[in-house]
Design a binder for this molecule. Structure first.
Ligand SMILES: Cc1cc2nc3c(=O)[nH]c(=O)nc-3n(C[C@H](O)[C@H](O)[C@H](O)COP(=O)(O)OP(=O)(O)OC[C@H]3O[C@@H](n4cnc5c(N)ncnc54)[C@H](O)[C@@H]3O)c2cc1C
Length: 197
């Protein structure tokens, strides 16, 4: 599928740039305990399961390939009944190949089955991937609620933003804006909002 307005980014580069933008704007990034009386927005991902017990983990595995002989410039998605795979070009012959979707909170082990499925899909897309170098493997767990939609959930004085599932990078600007409007303008988010107040 070709979406002419579709963008793609390198998540690591994006996070570094976002952190730098905050620093440049005079916003400190600090580790440690919040001061007493602070407004807390909890974005701990899976670690917030202690407060959000209806959240589950969906395992995802991915590979980064170096295939300098190929020049794909746009993300390519596979329409597959079981695996919504995609290849995202990162430039200079680097491609991110992702991602599996497994209903488990085990997020440590990249399995042979997953690697076979991912690489078979890449090879089916273009035989040049047969000569690609595997330069990185990755595995993690996506935080998700039962309907796979995110939540801005207010419990007592804490706001939890979580359940971003497969779309953390896509959805976080919108969720951040909704949360900022809630905190600064007392404007109740029009979507994804639950409050136990
Ligand atoms: C293989 C794979 C491919 C993916 N591909 C895409 C994609 O193409 N596009 C997309 O939009 N999304 C993608 N995702 C999903 C995306 O990664 C998640 O939606 C996103 O990371 C969720 O963001 P989050 O900030 O809620 O949680 P996380 O990214 O898990 O961040 C939570 C952070 O909180 C920190 N933390 C935990 N406890 C504490 C504490 N007590 N104090 C301080 N910090 C704490 C953790 O260290 C972590 O850094 C993919 C996920 C996987 C696994």
């Amino acid at each position: 599928m070709h979406f002419s307005g579709e963008a793609h980014l390198d998540p690591r580069e994006a996070l570094l740039k976002l952190a730098q933008n905050l620093t440049d704007a005079g916003v400190p990034i600090e580790a440690g305990e919040p001061e007493a009386g602070s407004v807390i927005v909890d974005c701990r991902g899976m670690a917030a399961q202690d407060q959000l017990p209806d959240m589950r983990g969906v395992k995802g595995e991915m590979l980064v390939l170096h295939c300098p002989g190929l020049n794909i410039q746009r993300p390519v998605r596979f329409i597959h009944p079981r695996m919504p795979l995609y290849i995202v070009p990162r430039g200079e012959g680097i491609y991110m190949l992702g991602a599996t979707m497994l209903e488990t909170a085990e997020g440590q082990r990249l399995t042979v089955r997953s690697v076979l499925e991912l690489l078979s899909a890449a090879y089916a897309l273009h035989p040049a991937f047969a000569e690609a170098e595997i330069i990185e493997t990755g595995v993690d767990v996506r935080p998700a609620f039962a309907d796979n939609l995110p939540r801005i959930r207010r419990i007592n004085d804490v706001i939890y933003i979580n359940g971003l599932y497969r779309h953390g990078y896509l959805l976080s600007p919108a969720l951040a804006r909704l949360t900022a409007d809630l905190l600064l303008l007392n404007k109740q988010p029009e979507a994804f909002y639950e409050s136990s107040l």
